[in-house]
Design a protein around this ligand. Structure first.
Ligand SMILES: NC(=O)c1ccc[n+]([C@@H]2O[C@H](COP(=O)([O-])OP(=O)(O)OC[C@H]3O[C@@H](n4cnc5c(N)ncnc54)[C@H](O)[C@@H]3O)[C@@H](O)[C@H]2O)c1
Ligand SMILES: O=C(O)C[C@H](O)C(=O)O
Length: 311
């Protein structure tokens, strides 16, 4: 059977995820699905017309809400839902997006009961928790994408300050995917094994951490809606690690069952991603300050998860 991947939501992020998947030929069949009449079909056709120029073979199709077209997907990326506008937080999207994400995930599973789900819709930590608690799937098959993006932004700001290639930097962001809940781990960031703190003043370090935390908000203010190129690349990188069983390490939002002192919550921690979804959680040696920040982040995400009960 050909390998099939579905992307739900053919808006800015969904189209970017799909474009990256097609260019890298991660699957034989790629399905875009959207509720808006014609949108997924149109974007699929437009992307298909790049094949002659870019030289990929992935077959891309679009569907307006016909989930039978997604049947047998190995991986499904969920991007459906409202993006924030300048001045909003991701958390303000919960009321609309919870219903969308739950409904979409249930429909997907009717036709792809073995799929691994990557949740991108915001507020992502709570949407991942919602998918996990409402679908009854094994925990390894529900992955929230946020930390992979935040870590890429962290490396971007670090590389600008250091004058380095971002590829030479090892730096991650853990915790929630929120303006105040993410934790860029500057103390553990290295430039080809040398701590970056050796080359940056305290002030520079603080600025890089602050810029990373509001990375999404900065782009939303500039563009008028939220970002899609880096989110799309991050989503596709997770798909690649699953399809090619690469076991690459990414910060992803996964169910914690005592790891990092938390349970019954989905939160960003470093995990390996392979053919079974997320596989192993890496146990970082956090400082007391980082541990406290992680606990605070968990408290904030938990109170958003509680909002689900009131919807
Ligand atoms: N986790 C992350 O790192 C991250 C990064 C970027 C964006 N996001 C989030 O991703 C989501 C999408 O952002 P965007 O910029 O692509 O928005 P967008 O408005 O461009 O696209 C969203 C698409 O979802 C579709 N949709 C809505 N309800 C649907 C349903 N029930 N079934 C199928 N499709 C449906 C819409 O028609 C629209 O085309 C937002 O919630 C945004 O906040 C998350
Ligand atoms: O900032 C947003 O609202 C979208 C996304 O979560 C991002 O970080 O780009």
């Amino acid at each position: 059977m050909p390998t099939k991947v579905t992307v739900v939501g053919a808006g800015a992020v969904g189209a970017s995820v799909a474009d990256n998947i097609a260019r890298a030929e991660l699957c034989e069949e790629l399905v875009l699905l959207d509720i808006k009449e014609g949108l997924a079909e149109g974007k699929a056709l437009d992307m298909t017309q790049t094949a002659a120029l870019l030289g990929f073979d992935t077959k891309i199709t679009g569907s307006t809400n016909d989930y039978s077209k997604t049947a047998g997907s190995k991986v499904v990326v969920i991007t459906s839902g409202l993006p924030r506008k300048p001045g909003m937080t991701r958390e303000e999207l919960i009321g609309t997006n919870a219903g969308i994400v739950k409904g979409v995930a249930q429909n997907i599973l009717k036709y792809s009961p073995d799929a691994i789900l990557i949740i991108i819709s915001n507020p992502m930590d709570t949407m991942t928790y919602l998918a996990l608690t409402s679908l009854g799937l094994p925990k390894h098959r529900i992955i929230g994408m946020g930390g992979a993006l935040d870590s890429a932004r962290f490396r971007c700001y670090l590389s600008a300050a250091l004058g380095s290639s971002p590829a030479d930097l090892n730096a991650i962001v853990i915790g929630g995917h929120g303006d105040t809940t993410m934790i860029p781990l500057i103390s553990k960031a290295t430039w080809n094994s040398v701590p970056v703190t050796k080359y940056l003043t305290e002030e520079q370090q603080k600025q890089i951490v602050a810029d990373t935390m509001v990375g999404g908000a900065t782009l939303t203010k500039l563009i008028g809606t939220s970002a899609w190129y880096a989110p799309g690349a991050a989503g596709a990188a997770l798909v690649e690690s699953i399809i090619r069983d690469e076991k690459k390490l990414f910060t992803c939002c996964v169910l914690l069952e005592g790891e990092y002192g938390q349970k019954e919550i989905c939160l960003g921690v470093p995990v390996t991603i392979g053919k079974n979804g997320w596989e192993k959680i890496l146990d970082l040696d956090l400082t007391a300050e980082e541990k406290a920040a992680f606990a605070k982040s968990a408290d904030a995400v938990r109170s958003m998860n509680d909002v689900l009960k009131t919807l």
